[in-house]
Design a protein around this ligand. Structure first.
Ligand SMILES: Cc1cc2nc3c(=O)[nH]c(=O)nc-3n(C[C@H](O)[C@H](O)[C@H](O)COP(=O)(O)OP(=O)(O)OC[C@H]3O[C@@H](n4cnc5c(N)ncnc54)[C@H](O)[C@@H]3O)c2cc1C
Length: 472
């Protein structure tokens, strides 16, 4: 079940597909899987967009596997869709024209850690949790943390971020170089381990956020950080969501180097209380984290407590004890599951927008008003230090009236963010779900440029067709 996607790209000729499947079977044996269940697992599963499974899934183990799949599929004009962990939220891994999914989970080796340079080289299937496990003993960590345990190849391809981005930047700032398998199976190297470079077109950043539409990332060189000496975490409740957002705006504008600053609106706190058996006041809540020396985190916490008070917040309690920090962040970590549990069986649309920080309070407040007006349920959480927030809209997909109101809400949310100088997505990407908003945001000329780039790098349109740029 789910919302049907129209305007799908054409499927390859049945003969061409059969010939590709035959060649892939000969090359990969039982590492090519064509069972219905596995194909469906590799289509989109995370929101109300309908599942569109690929025709087969190849479990890649090394770069040569990716090259061979691409060469075989290119020879028959068959689509190729890269798959990291499948947690993307806008239909990115769907196969609207069928084709072959390359599952990269077994390409999960950390190839080199250069602790002295604060970088490492990894395969694309390494997940952020596995990487941090690997790095911990060396006093290093990788800060980008989308809620899910996503793969680094998938994160680079959706230009992901998460709670720490306010301090450490997004994946865009964290990737130094990529190796990418292009349409003829050859490999493009986009950069080196140097921290900066003026060498030619910035191909690294062309592939970051390309959602697998321009090539398949087979290796990443990424920046690491030293684990901070001290981490302090705190929470504060507000009477109004406007007050909470004002506190965020002031904290950012006055330059308090928060490492995380997350908003949970009243509906989200209520959901977390019910799901995680907590007793938080059911009003808007900010959760914060500070990284630094003992003195620094104490100073930062104190400075923020004053701001929170001025904005109508309650007492700002903070702690550096790891077990207390974990307890404090429990609500945020369980947010997604708590929303799902609010209305079992309903579709959850996790959608995100991002606005310049000065417009955050207006955007969140107007969004809450809109939900009330449309009689819809959608808890809000946000990486608000970046002006980024998520609505988790709950809708009965079989109720046409509710679905229509849900669509109206999402449309108005995006229009509101764009009218405030913001974007239709701060971190989830375009995929299938947000294609209709791209032109209003960037203009037809930008879309023409994207189509020209796609055509230059993927003239056969085999890489993840039907994503990002609407057919021209
Ligand atoms: C509970 C939950 C919370 C989330 N919170 C956040 C959040 O806070 N911030 C955030 O940014 N996102 C968030 N997300 C979304 C998701 O985790 C990110 O989009 C993540 O970057 C996707 O990574 P993945 O490995 O699952 O990629 P996939 O979903 O497997 O793939 C995503 C896209 O990248 C392409 N791709 C994957 N690997 C490669 C490769 N090696 N080369 C080329 N293309 C490739 C795919 O074809 C697809 O188009 C959340 C998702 C969930 C379910």
């Amino acid at each position: 079940m789910g919302m049907t996607i129209t305007n799908n790209p054409p499927r390859p000729e049945p003969k061409a597909l059969a010939s590709a499947l035959e060649a892939l079977t000969a090359r990969f044996g039982n590492r090519l899987i064509t069972s219905q269940a596995v194909r469906e697992q590799h289509g989109h599963t995370t929101t109300w967009l309908a599942n569109q499974p690929p025709d087969g899934v190849v479990m890649a183990q090394e770069t040569k596997d990716i090259q061979d799949v691409v060469r075989i599929c290119a020879g028959s004009g068959v689509p190729v869709i890269a798959f990291g962990t499948g947690t993307s939220l806008e239909g990115q891994v769907n196969a609207p024209a069928g084709g072959i999914c390359i599952d990269l989970r077994d390409m999960n080796k950390v190839l080199a850690v250069h602790a002295e340079d604060l970088d490492c080289v990894i395969e694309p299937g390494v997940t952020r949790k596995a990487l941090n496990e690997h790095l911990r003993d060396q006093g290093l960590f990788f800060p980008i943390d989308p809620g899910a345990d996503a793969s680094l190849g998938g994160m680079a391809s959706t230009r992901a971020s998460g709670t720490n981005a306010v301090r450490y930047g997004t994946i865009r700032e964290s990737v130094l170089a990529l190796k990418v398998v292009r349409g003829d199976g050859e490999i493009i190297t986009t950069g080196t381990r140097a921290k900066k470079s003026s060498a030619g077109y910035d191909l690294t950043h062309l592939f970051i956020g390309a959602e697998g539409t321009l090539g398949i990332i087979s290796e990443l060189t990424i920046r690491l950080r030293g684990i901070p000496e001290m981490i302090a975490a705190g929470a504060v409740s507000f009477e109004t969501v406007h007050g909470a957002c004002q506190a965020v705006i002031l904290a950012i504008q006055t330059g308090i180097p928060v490492a995380r600053i997350e908003l949970l609106n009243a509906a989200q706190v209520k959901a977390c209380n019910a799901y995680s058996k907590l007793t938080l006041p059911e009003t808007p809540l900010l959760l914060l984290e500070f990284h630094g020396s003992e003195i620094e985190v104490a100073e930062q916490s104190k400075a923020f407590a004053e701001i929170a008070k001025d904005c109508g917040g309650g007492d700002f309690s903070w702690t550096t004890k790891p077990e207390d920090r974990t307890k404090l962040w429990q609500a945020r970590h369980d947010a997604y599951w708590s929303v799902k549990a609010l209305r079992p069986g309903a579709g959850v649309v996790a959608t995100d927008v991002c606005v310049p920080i000065s417009r955050l309070a207006d955007c969140v407040t107007e969004t809450e008003e809109d939900l009330k007006r449309l009689n819809l349920l959608s808890p809000i959480v946000g990486h608000v230090g970046d002006g980024n927030f998520h609505c988790s809209l709950l809708c009965d997909v079989d109720n046409a009236d509710e679905m229509a109101r849900g669509e109206e809400f999402m449309h108005r949310l995006v229009e509101r963010a764009q009218a405030m100088g913001g974007t239709c997505t701060g971190e989830h990407g375009i995929g299938q779900g947000k294609q209709k908003y791209l032109q209003a945001e960037l203009g037809p000329e930008a879309l023409d440029a994207m189509r020209a780039l796609k055509k230059a790098l993927d003239p056969q349109n085999i890489f993840n067709p039907g994503k990002i740029v609407p057919a021209g």
